[in-house]
Each structure stands twice: as structure tokens, then as C-alpha cells.
Design a protein around this ligand. Structure first.
Ligand SMILES: Cc1cc2nc3c(=O)[nH]c(=O)nc-3n(C[C@H](O)[C@H](O)[C@H](O)COP(=O)(O)OP(=O)(O)OC[C@H]3O[C@@H](n4cnc5c(N)ncnc54)[C@H](O)[C@@H]3O)c2cc1C
Length: 435
């Protein structure tokens, strides 16, 4: 594909939420892009994902069409008086009848719980990607800067190659682009690390969930806290389905070196949540007898020093994969995409040509690293807060509430417009000083 755009042709590696949102945001700004996706088609797992207010604002900046796609599939709390509630945090170990767990605290924001079924959200966004933009079955093995030209060559696992003027790795937690930037698979930071938490997931038809738990509990976002485990539920599919994620922590190593998901069975879930109260047991009763267990990995132990190297950059989970305890990993990907798109579309970048892309990537790293790496660490801490494991806090509900409130405020109150303004100011400095 050729382009009149002076930036040339940008290769986006990976067609998950990051890659698709970034590509749409760039196309909207008339920047030519190809997505290289290893799978044979777009696909997301059938689980729920929530978006906080900072993320939804970033969607609109990327493209109003992305926000419209989100609105089409977004599901909020179903009870009108819970419209602003993000989650109710409950004492999941209280030995009280089903539905009567005490509410320890509640966090609210302007939009409340804002969840989508992942696959449905991706499907809606994919409809916006023009034909020919995505090449499927293209697993990037490595990137080679071509001698004598300013092009980068992508080498794919199937033996084929492609060239690009710049590469953005949106290839997720096991990113090849991140490993390439670091100089190998064995370099610290190249591989994600196990957080010693894992999760069982389920999607329960809402009629069944309501019958078992009662309407209020089934139809609104709830976090059942407990010792070494927590179970969260929220409605997806416009209230037709209740999404369940049951997290547990232990000291054992994850049994696979290659797979982040392993088959499991309900008996293990009961075992992990043995001391929990009747409500949590009732939720487990509704899970499938055979289900998958998801290891929770992140990139928190050896963060990348920089997200850029020349005209190659990483974005989304490839740069900062986080555990999911803030419900903000995908949201951070969308913030990234908004800032990256605005930087690459800046006319100073276009004027500076290839050097402009390098400056944009360097600026992206300068302005995005602190917040996104904070998320990785804060998410680990939050997971421990919900499981009464956080140092200096334990089961002190007052302290848990205070920390959760402060951490979520920092996440939610960020304004994407301010992020972009800061990025543009930094871009000016990078372009003028070469720093
Ligand atoms: C249990 C759980 C719950 C979560 N809940 C939330 C939530 O409520 N809210 C929230 O905001 N976030 C949540 N997250 C985080 C969120 O899922 C991720 O941050 C987000 O999906 C990452 O998107 P991505 O596109 O960066 O990466 P991915 O979704 O991993 O996509 C990467 C894409 O790249 C492709 N790819 C990989 N390698 C290559 C290669 N070498 N060549 C070509 N293509 C390649 C893959 O096939 C894939 O399509 C949760 C995560 C987990 C594990």
C-alpha cells in the first residue's frame, strides 16, 4: 500500500484491542497502516472487560467511531440506583445467607461499571477496519533494519517478509517486538513474570444468576473479598449474562512454561475458596464443571527502560502488561493509542520525516512510561488489598477502602486531553534538542 503521508507506512504488529484501536486512530488521521496479526482472523476470548472513565474519554479521542462501537455493546449496572457504582466491595467470607454479605465500601465514578463482552467489542471495532489493512497468519519473528535504506524489514514465521517505515508492537504480553528491542528472549524484561495469582472465569446466563443470587447481586458489579482470593461479578451482554472471575493466590509456580491458560475443573475452585461464605459458594456452583484456569502474569519485575528503539516502539500490553486488579489494562492500551496517534499526526513530526517518527516514539516513551508502569505495580497491590494480603493493611477494611479510593482516583481522573498536551510539549523539546 502506498501513501501520500510523509510518515510513510506504519506496521502495527498484533490485532488485539491495542492494535485495532491504534490502527483506527491512525487511519482517522490519514496515516497509512497495516496490521500484521498472527492468527487467521480477529478474535478475543468470551470474557468481560471493564473500562474506567479515563479509558472511555481516550476512546473518543482515538475516534468517535470507536466510542460509538463501545457504546453499542457496553453494559452498565442494571439497577438504576447503581448507575454510578464501579463496584461494591463485600466481605466474601462472612458466614451469612446468600445475598446478605455486608457491603464494606463502594466506589463510584461518573459512568459506573462500564463492561463489554470482549469479543463483541472487538467485533464492532473490526467492522471499522477497511479491507486490505490487516494481513492475517503473519507471526512476526524479527525485525531487520535494511542497509542502505531507512526501511525496516519484518520477517514472518511463514518465511515471508514485508517492509515498513516504522513498527509499533501491539503484540501483547508475550511480545516478540519487546524481546527484539531488548536483544533476546533471555534478557530480563523480555518474558512476563508470574504474579502467583490465577483466575477461573465463567459467563452465567443472567436468569440463572438472578435465581441463585437475587436480582441486586446478580445484576450489579460486586467484588467479594476474602483471604487469598477474591471473586468479582458484573453484568455483560446488555444484562443477559453475568461475568464471573474468581482469583486465588498461592506460593506455587505456574506449572507450564509455555501456556498462560490450562484446563481445570470446578473441584479446584471449591478447594481454593473453601473458607468463603455461602454467596461465593453459590457463584462457584454456577460455573461449568470443566473450565479454564488463567495464570496472571505481568511485566512488572524488569520494566523496559524505554518503550522505543529508533523507529520501533511497543504499546499496550507489549510495553506494560498488568495484572487485571484495577480493571484498567485495556484502558491503558487505549490511552496509549490516543497519545501515539496524536503524536504521529502532529505536523512537526510529518515535517521532520523519519527523524520525526523517532522523536514521536521517544516522546511516547517519555510521557507514557511512568503512568503505565505505576498501573502494573498498583494493580499488584490492589489484588493483595482485595485478598487481605497487603503489607501494613491486612483485613483492615478502613485502610483497604482508603488505598483503593486513592489508587482508583489517580487512574480515573486523568484527562486524555492533558496527556496529549503534555506529550506535544515534550515532543517540542525532543525535536529541538534531540533529547
Ligand atoms: C483475567 C483478565 C481480566 C482483565 N480485565 C480487564 C478489565 O476489566 N479492564 C481492562 O481495561 N483490562 C483488563 N484486562 C487487561 C486487558 O485484557 C489487556 O490489557 C488487553 O487485552 C491487552 O490488549 P493488547 O492488544 O495490548 O494485547 P493482546 O490482547 O494480547 O493482543 C495481542 C495481539 O497480538 C497478536 N500477536 C502476538 N504476537 C504476535 C506476533 N509475533 N506477530 C503477530 N501478531 C502477534 C495476538 O494474536 C493478539 O491478537 C484483563 C486481563 C486479564 C488477564
Amino acid at each position: 500500500m502506498t501513501s501520500p503521508n510523509p510518515l510513510g507506512h506504519i506496521a502495527v504488529i498484533g490485532g488485539g484491542i491495542s492494535g485495532v484501536v491504534l490502527a483506527l486512530a491512525l487511519l482517522r488521521r490519514n496515516i497509512t497502516v497495516t496490521i500484521y496479526e498472527q492468527a487467521s482472523h480477529f478474535g478475543e476470548i468470551g470474557a468481560g472487560v471493564a473500562f474506567n472513565p479515563a479509558a472511555t474519554r481516550a476512546m473518543s479521542l482515538c475516534s468517535p467511531a470507536i466510542y460509538a462501537a463501545f457504546e453499542k455493546v457496553a453494559t452498565r449496572n442494571q439497577s438504576p440506583d447503581k448507575a454510578r457504582v464501579w463496584f461494591d466491595w463485600l466481605d466474601g467470607m462472612a458466614d451469612v445467607p446468600v445475598g446478605q454479605e455486608p457491603c464494606v465500601f463502594r466506589l463510584e465514578n461518573e459512568f459506573g461499571a462500564n463492561a463489554v463482552h470482549r469479543a463483541h467489542f472487538l467485533d464492532e471495532m473490526v467492522k471499522l477496519v477497511p479491507d486490505g489493512v490487516t494481513k492475517f497468519g503473519k507471526h512476526v519473528d524479527t525485525i531487520i533494519p535494511l542497509d542502505g535504506s531507512e526501511k525496516l524489514e519484518l520477517r514472518f514465521h511463514d518465511g515471508s517478509t514485508a517492509t515498513a517505515d516504522a513498527v509499533v508492537g501491539c503484540d501483547g504480553i508475550k511480545s516478540r517486538v519487546r524481546a527484539w528491542m531488548l536483544g533476546g528472549d533471555d534478557v530480563p524484561g523480555a518474558a512476563p513474570v508470574y504474579t502467583h495469582k490465577y483466575a477461573y472465569r465463567g459467563l452465567i446466563p443472567m436468569s440463572r444468576a438472578k435465581a441463585a443470587l437475587g436480582e441486586e447481586l446478580a445484576q450489579n458489579a460486586k467484588m467479594h473479598m476474602g483471604q487469598d482470593g477474591h471473586v468479582l461479578t458484573f453484568p455483560v451482554d446488555h444484562g443477559k449474562t453475568m461475568n464471573v472471575v474468581a482469583f486465588h493466590t498461592n506460593a506455587r509456580e505456574w506449572p507450564s512454561t509455555t501456556k498462560l491458560t490450562l484446563p481445570s475443573e470446578k473441584a479446584h475452585v471449591y478447594e481454593d475458596f473453601k473458607g468463603f461464605g455461602p454467596t461465593v459458594t453459590k457463584i462457584i456452583d454456577m460455573l461449568e464443571p470443566q473450565l479454564d484456569c488463567w495464570a496472571i502474569f505481568d511485566t512488572g519485575d524488569s520494566p523496559l527502560e524505554r518503550y522505543n528503539k529508533g523507529r520501533v516502539c511497543v504499546l499496550g500490553d507489549a510495553a506494560h502488561a498488568t495484572s487485571p486488579h484495577h480493571g484498567a489494562g485495556a484502558g491503558m492500551c487505549i490511552e496509549d493509542a490516543a497519545v501515539m496517534a496524536e503524536l504521529l499526526a502532529d505536523e512537526r513530526v510529518a515535517k521532520a520525516g523519519k527523524r520525526g517518527i523517532e522523536a514521536a516514539f521517544q516522546t511516547f516513551s517519555d510521557v507514557r512510561k511512568e503512568r503505565s508502569q505505576w498501573l502494573v505495580q498498583s494493580s499488584r497491590r490492589s489484588g493483595d488489598l482485595y485478598e487481605w494480603r497487603a503489607e501494613g493493611v491486612g483485613k483492615d477494611f478502613g485502610k483497604i477502602e482508603q488505598e483503593c479510593r486513592e489508587r482508583d482516583d489517580k487512574l480515573w481522573n486523568a484527562q486524555v486531553g492533558d496527556m496529549v498536551e503534555e506529550a506535544k510539549e515534550q515532543l517540542g523539546k525532543v525535536l529541538s534538542t534531540g533529547q
